[in-house]
Design a protein around this ligand. Structure first.
Ligand SMILES: *[C@@H]1O[C@H](CO)[C@@H](O)[C@H](O)[C@H]1NC(C)=O
Ligand SMILES: *[C@@H]1O[C@H](CO)[C@@H](O)[C@H](O)[C@H]1NC(C)=O
Ligand SMILES: *[C@@H]1O[C@H](CO)[C@@H](O)[C@H](O)[C@H]1NC(C)=O
Length: 502
């Protein structure tokens, strides 16, 4: 097992320990999936298209951009790859990047997209390396045949984005160290370097406010903690920041040990972890910035999740991860509106109240809120001991029968906040998450991947080309929602205290 994060394990247990009454939902397989996901789908960036309620595109005037004395001192560095550029990059030119003065995009292929230049991060990597390492096949292919060559070679650039077999993914780990050094060269006088990916959402106004709490002359490495083996590092998709003092030290050290770190990179599978290793080697500790930096999209973040003793609710978001283009657009529009109408910092709780809550309802068809707490089904019921059956409320015994029965069971349980119903199975949860439009129930949700990793469609019917569709419906306990939010808000101390991890 590669992952040794006690926090991650704690998180897995937490999201399943509500399974008290009935059928502990596949704790083992969930754990298996969890580690499998971290190993194989760590970078998973695609997902079922979560085409939620997309606002129709409108011609908007100049964006409302935050003013800050440090806004010109930050370089935002977007790391991407040729295979994902067309799908994931353009949305940023219409949204998040519009307020950012200084940014640079590094990829495995040099090109111009909608008038923006994309740099080749490997333009100074030795030819010998490119010729010998199999991971560089995609790169070589792009060099020889250009972007159009991607279409003609089915085995290049195809395949699920998170899988180890994906050529873009295999190459990705080599980008980190050259990227860091090139970023410094790109804007040597910057105070801060902030690294993101195309499915990272950067809340720019909040980032400016957050970084103003730190002194860039000191070596800072700020991000969302993650472990692989015993290496602690800032998770790439959640975004991370290096102060100028830190980036100079890292770049110098890397340049003096290029070959050593190349050998190390070849043995590892994640580039952000490799960078974390270099930072450790130059004695710069990670600053644990969860939940300002965090790894979930708006739609599946549990705003009351506890990690390292903190819950998002009271804090201000700087990043989201696994954001689909339509979700990026919606959050951008919300953030713009927020900036015009308020003169205080946007918190996670504000995003919940203003963006998520209006989309929740007593009933949503073809919607999976990913309720994965207690399952009620005939099968689960049958597996309970007589004693455990006695403990069930009448409504719980009936829960599997229909959407309405499932609703009643959830209503009867004080802490149940949402439920979903599909084909004789009722799932309830004490957490509130928006979830996704879905034609079938998600049975294994991967937090690491930020998406469903297995639907109820059986592999047999998939092979036969038959889609087995058990529609899924979701509902939230709207009557309990005010009280839920109130209880969370009671945990926030003071007005601006607790917004930031500093
Ligand atoms: C590589 O690209 C960078 C820009 O990203 C540029 O400054 C540099 O001159 C290039 N190096 C070579 C050898 O072309
Ligand atoms: C509890 O469940 C019963 C059905 O067993 C239902 O009639 C009743 O409305 C539920 N109570 C609440 C508070 O929802
Ligand atoms: C938030 O989570 C904590 C710990 O998991 C739990 O005890 C608490 O009841 C939750 N708060 C709400 C309002 O659900």
């Amino acid at each position: 097992m590669l992952i040794k994060s006690k926090y991650h394990n704690a998180h897995v247990y937490r999201s399943h320990h509500y399974s008290n009454a009935i059928h502990r939902r596949r704790k083992q397989s969930a754990l298996f999936f969890f580690s499998a996901c971290l190993m194989f789908m760590y970078y998973l960036r695609t997902g079922q298209s979560s085409t939620t309620l997309v606002d129709s595109p409108r011609v908007d005037s100049a964006p409302n951009c935050p003013q800050s004395s440090i806004k010109n001192d930050i370089l935002v560095v977007l790391r991407t790859g040729a295979t994902e550029v067309p799908q994931k990059l353009p949305v940023h030119f219409k949204t998040t990047l519009r307020c950012i003065q200084n940014y640079v995009i590094f990829s495995d292929y040099e090109e111009d997209i909608e008038g923006h230049h994309i740099h080749d991060v490997f333009n100074e990597t030795s030819d010998a390396l490119k010729d010998t390492l199999p991971e560089f096949q995609l790169y070589k292919h792009l060099q020889a045949h250009g972007r159009d060559g991607l279409n003609t070679q089915a085995h290049l650039g195809s395949g699920p984005t998170g899988s180890l077999e994906n050529p873009g993914w295999k190459l990705d780990k080599f980008k980190f160290l050259p990227m860091v050094e090139k970023a410094l060269r790109y804007q040597p006088d910057a105070e801060w370097f902030v690294f993101v990916e195309p499915d990272t959402y950067l809340a720019w106004a909040n980032l400016l406010e957050y970084l103003s709490h730190f002194d860039a002359d000191k070596p800072f490495y700020i991000g969302k903690h993650m472990y692989i083996d015993n290496i602690l590092f800032a998770h790439g998709g959640s975004g991370f920041a290096l102060s100028k003092a830190a980036i100079k030290r890292v770049s110098q050290h890397w340049k003096a040990h290029v070959d050593d770190y190349l050998q190390y990179t070849i043995q590892q599978w994640a580039g952000d972890m490799v960078l974390g290793r270099v930072l450790r080697d130059v004695d710069i500790d990670l600053f644990w910035a969860f939940p300002n930096f965090q790894g979930d999209p708006v739609s599946s973040l549990d705003h009351n999740i506890t990690k390292i003793g903190r819950q998002p609710w009271c804090f201000a978001p700087v990043t989201y991860h696994h954001m689909q283009p339509d979700e990026i657009t919606k959050l951008w529009e919300f953030e713009q509106r927020w900036g015009r109408e308020n003169d205080r910092t946007m918190r996670h709780s504000d995003v919940f109240r203003g963006l998520i809550l209006p989309q929740l309802s007593e009933r949503l068809d073809d919607w999976d809120n990913l309720s994965m707490g207690t399952e009620y089904s005939a099968r689960a019921l049958a597996q309970l001991s007589a004693g455990d059956q006695q403990l069930l409320l009448p409504a719980e015994r009936e829960a599997y029968k229909s959407f309405e029965d499932c609703n009643a069971a959830c209503s009867n349980k004080t802490d149940c906040m949402q439920f979903s119903y599909s084909a004789g199975r009722c799932f309830t949860s004490t957490e509130v998450r928006q979830g996704f439009k879905a034609s079938s129930k998600c049975l294994e949700y991967s937090n690491a991947a930020g998406k469903c990793v297995q639907s109820s469609t059986s592999s047999a019917s998939q092979k036969a080309g038959v889609e087995s569709r058990d529609p899924v419906q979701s509902g939230w306990m709207m009557k309990k929602m005010e009280r839920y939010m109130q209880r969370l808000t009671e945990m926030c101390d003071g007005n601006s205290e607790g917004l930031w991890v500093t």
